[in-house]
Structures are given as C-alpha cells and as structure tokens.
Design a binder for this molecule. Structure first.
Ligand code: GLN
Length: 493
C-alpha cells in the first residue's frame, strides 16, 4: 500500500521509478474514500487537481537527473493555510465559499520542492481548541479509537497522517496544536522556532505565537519537510534571516554526551500514570543511547496556562476583527453596518471563538489592560528566561507532550477549563518562542492509545531536537505501529 509509506520510502521508490506519483496519490485518494467517512479528517480534496500534479511530477522523474526533495509526494494541508484556488475555511462557517487567491509561502515552497499539495484538513475553528470538536464541519475522530478525539487543533492533520491518508501534512501550532494531536494519534509533530517558518498565508490566530509545522510518520520526514518550508520571507516581517541547515544531513551521529534536562515541574500531579511511566522509560532509553540526564527547574511553569490564555485571546480578538462581512465572509444583511457586523459575526462564529473574542476584548479593555494583558506579557518574559537559563545547562528538555492519552469525544467539550489544561506542557514553548517536537514513545494498555514525548530546544535548535528524536525513534518500535483503521480490510485477519 503506497499510502502507508514515509516520504523517505516513497521518494526512494519514485526515484528508482518502481512506482509513480500518480499511483501513490491515487492510493491516498482511494484510502480516503474507504475510511474518511468514519474518520472525517478531510474537509475536501480535489482529486483531479492532485492527479494532475502527480502526473507533472512523473514527467519530471522521467526527464530530471536529480529529483527535487519532495517530488511527487502527496502532502495534505490544514484548513488554515492558504492554497491558491482551493477553499480556505479555518474550520469555520464564517468564510462561506471563500477560495484562496494565493499560496501561503510554505505552500509555494512545498510546490517548489515538487510536492503534490492536496486536500483541506479538519481543525478546531480558527485553531482554537484541543480536540477538533470545535470544527463547524463536525469533529474528526481518533484512528486508534473512533470514540476518542484526535487532539487539536490540528486533529484532522494528525489523524490523516496516522491513518495513512496522506504521506505527510502541514499543521499549525499556537499553543500545542501540532504536538498534542501528534501525541494523541501517534505521529511526529514539530513546532519550529518562532520566525523559522514564514506565517504569510497562515490565517492568524495569535500572531506572536503561531507557527506552521510538519506532521509526519518519521523524524527523518520531519527534517525533510522542515528544510523545505523554512527560511526568511519578505512577506513576513517576523521571519528570521537565519541560515537554514540541511536538517537531513544532521540527523545521524547519535546523541552521546548530549545533556537533556528533565523539568521537575512537568512530572507532578494530574499526569496519567501510564504517560508518566512511558516518559520515564523514554528518559531511560535516551540515557542508554548516551545522553546525560539533568534535573532542571522551570519555576514559572504554573503560570503558563493563564498567561497563554490572556495573550492568545487578546491577539485573537484583534486578528478576528477582520471577519466582518465586508471584505471576506458570508454576509448576513442588516439595517446599517453595525447591525450587519453583529449579525454576520453572530451567525458565522462558533461558541468557542466567541468566548475567546470576548475574553480577549476584556483583557485589553481600558481598566483591565494593566491587570491582565500587561502582566501576562511580563510573566511571558519570565517564562522565556526560565528556558534561556535551562539551555545554559542542557542541550534540550524532555517532557510528556500531554498529561493524558486521547480522551473520549464529548468528555471535555462543556468544560473549557479542562480543555485548556490539555495544553499545560505545550504552551510554554510558544510563549518562549523556542522549538518543540512530539514523537511516539509508547501506548496505554487498555484501550491501546499512543503516548507522545516532547523535546524542547533552543531558538533555532531544531537540528538538535531532530537528532535526538531520530536516535530515539531508530531504537524503539513505536513508530512502526499502525492504527486498526489504517489497515486495509483485505489484510485484516
Ligand atoms: N489548544 C490551544 C488553544 O486552544 C492551542 C491551539 C493551537 O495551538 N492552535 O488555543
């Protein structure tokens, strides 16, 4: 089954001309047809367009001596990243039938690398959520257990990758939205350093926290995707003109002598015992691979959730003001502009988005600005300093990605605070602007659900994270396991 391959495996077979990109793309489309009514990872896809891109890749394979790094690889995209001539809904009703007139920079780069860019992946509305239950188009399910959530907000992305509906995909991460669903579904999710990857064409949720990141079946694939999408961009003034290393070339070499910090504040109450066990087993494994483990303190960890939910909602309330029925959106008419705005936004946004706009407007309002927003910005600086101090002593940090494995659909949807606490281990990374990666580190026993481990690295320290993750992955079996849903019916016993 070609759809089950990693980028490395498929590239290899494409380059040897054993298989064609059309066959691989068709295998993904067939598999989506077979399972996605149950999974609901895709909001839409354009089969003809995908196959046309695949055919172009096949023609290039026939003529080119050295194929481009992602030539002919089917890559699916979270519905918050603009792809020219494709729908862009952000998991929301408010954009109506909007079709993007341009490519995000990451999409331009993927196309330049030769990828077959196809499909719109489900997500929490405007990336606000941790379960993909806030999608206006209905939830995505977890391919390991259809009664459970895939995590969020990139839940469609994680589910599609884990269930082999595509070879790789792009998600976005504002407070954990790439890493937490990666851990719930059992794939590799990377949140690059703020400024590593251009945000041009990523619909903004919280601009000082948002980054686009690859979601893949292996660490090597993550390195290849990151290399393709990274770099300074004249269209994003927050992208950083820092050289992009060839992450693939830096994967090998092992981790002997690297120092890994174990933050003591992350291994406390509320952590599921099986998650805690898997984390400690991973720590031991890394030690066996030659890493030195050091206990570290990140004293301001306790304030991360509150700080994040003030800053993220404040920025969201400003960013989402543009959805007003004038320039974009399906407009609901009113007697005057004010009534039209109110009706359009009232009808178009779902309850979680409204909650956050109200919260964000409140923390920015005069009289509360100093008490909430300004104070949160100060705490953000303290959280960042905690990490900078830790990275004076260690090369990377190791933590659980989430306090539990995937929870049941419906379990937390009526309790926003419980939902917000899912992000307790992932938020600080965005507040500090550093990079983070989640990869599979085991399973719960009953039911069998993936568990993820998180590595956190210095600003622009992606190469170190990928090297550690690669060494760990190569010495463990977790990434080879497939969810039951991904197994084709004929192959089932
Ligand atoms: N779950 C977090 C939130 O709801 C993070 C989402 C994200 O990273 N986009 O804001």
């Amino acid at each position: 089954m070609l759809n089950q391959l990693t980028i490395s495996e498929l590239s290899h077979r494409l380059a040897k001309r054993e298989v064609s990109s059309r066959e691989a793309t068709q295998a993904c489309l067939d598999h989506i047809q077979r399972i996605d009514t149950q999974l609901h990872a895709f909001l839409s896809f354009m089969a003809e367009d995908a196959l046309a891109q695949a055919d172009a890749a096949d023609r290039e394979f026939a003529s080119a001596a050295a194929p481009r790094p992602l030539l002919g690889i089917p890559v699916a995209i979270k519905d918050v990243i603009a792809v020219r001539n494709q729908p862009l809904n952000c998991g929301s009703k408010i954009l109506g039938n909007f079709i993007s007139p341009y490519d995000a920079t990451v999409i331009r780069k993927l196309k330049e690398a030769g990828a077959v860019v196809f499909g719109r992946l489900n997500m929490d509305e405007f990336a606000m959520g941790s379960s993909t239950e806030n999608s206006a188009f209905g939830p995505t399910r977890n391919p390991w257990d259809l009664s459970r959530v895939p995590g969020g907000s990139s839940g469609g992305t994680a589910a599609a990758v884990a269930a082999d509906e595509c070879i790789a995909a792009l998600g976005s991460d504002t407070g954990g939205s790439v890493r937490q669903p990666a851990s719930f579904c059992g794939c590799v999710g990377l949140k690059p350093t703020y400024g590593r990857v251009s945000r041009f064409g990523l619909v903004a949720y919280a601009s000082s926290l948002d980054q686009i990141g690859p979601m893949t079946k292996s660490v090597a694939d993550s390195a290849r995707m990151l290399h393709a999408i990274s770099g300074w961009d004249e269209h994003d003034s927050t992208s950083v003109p820092e050289a992009v290393p060839d992450y693939n070339q830096l994967l090998e070499g092992g981790i002997k002598g690297l120092k890994l910090g174990l933050p003591k504040e992350y291994l406390v109450g509320g952590l599921d015992p099986e998650v805690s066990q898997a984390t400690m087993a991973a720590v031991k494994q890394l030690q066996q691979l030659g890493a030195e483990i050091v206990e570290i303190s990140l004293p301001h960890t306790d304030y991360a959730v509150a700080t994040y939910y003030i800053i993220a909602t404040a920025e969201a309330s400003a960013n989402l003001a543009r959805f007003d029925g004038v320039r974009y959106c399906s407009r609901v008419p009113g007697a005057d502009p004010i009534e039209m705005y109110g009706k359009t936004r009232g009808a178009g946004f779902g309850p979680e988005v409204k909650r956050r706009i109200i919260l964000g407007t409140y923390v920015l309002s005069s009289g509360y600005y100093d008490a909430y927003y300004l104070r949160a910005q100060k705490v953000r600086t303290l959280i960042r300093q905690d990490f900078l101090q830790a990275f004076e002593k260690v090369d990377a940090l190791i933590t659980p990605t989430a306090p539990t494995a995937a929870f049941k659909a419906g379990e937390k949807i009526d309790d926003p605070l419980q939902m917000y606490l899912c992000d307790i281990f992932t938020l600080s990374c965005n507040l500090a602007g550093i990079c983070g990666l989640s990869l599979p580190c085991g399973f719960t026993s009953n039911p069998k659900l993936p568990i993820g481990i998180q590595l956190l690295g210095r600003h622009f320290g992606e190469a170190t994270l990928l090297k550690i993750a690669h060494a760990y992955e190569q010495s463990t079996p977790w990434h080879r396991e497939k969810p039951p849903l991904a197994t084709p019916p004929a192959a089932q016993p």
